[in-house]
Design a protein around this ligand. Structure first.
Ligand SMILES: [Zn+2]
Length: 127
């Protein structure tokens, strides 16, 4: 499954982002996923759960911001609605070639992290 490798990479980036924040666990990670990345938004969430299962971040949530690609006509200067069957090769209004815009996003946007300092303070004398 392609999504598993992507999820593991997102996890690595998220962990790097909070590396200096001490003990704790990830609460949620928000990612932008473009349509043209061939990442299924449901499969990537499933792959995320598989990635974090059994570890310190089990139960953390992957939030997917879906970015569809759009087709734009530079002659008309407008986005053209896509046919449900797929891509339009030419502008339906002026027959100019259409350009594909967006849909290539694959970024970690936000990492929410729960620190365990309070918990450690409570049990501080033990260990
Ligand atoms: Zn046009």
């Amino acid at each position: 499954m392609h999504e598993l490798g992507v999820a593991m990479e997102i996890y690595r980036i998220s962990r790097d982002a909070v590396a200096g924040h001490g003990a704790g666990r990830l609460e949620s990670v928000r990612v932008a996923v473009g349509e043209l990345r061939a990442v299924d938004p449901e499969l990537i969430k499933f792959a995320w759960q598989a990635t974090v299962a059994g570890g310190p971040d089990a139960g953390s949530e992957l939030i997917v911001d879906w970015h569809p690609a759009v087709q734009r006509c530079e002659t008309c200067g407008a986005d053209k609605a896509r046919d449900t069957a797929g891509w339009l090769p030419l502008c339906p209004d002026c027959a100019s070639p259409l350009r594909v815009d967006g849909g290539l996003e694959l970024d970690v946007l936000q990492v929410s992290y729960l620190r365990e300092e309070e918990e450690r303070a409570v049990s501080g004398g033990v260990g």
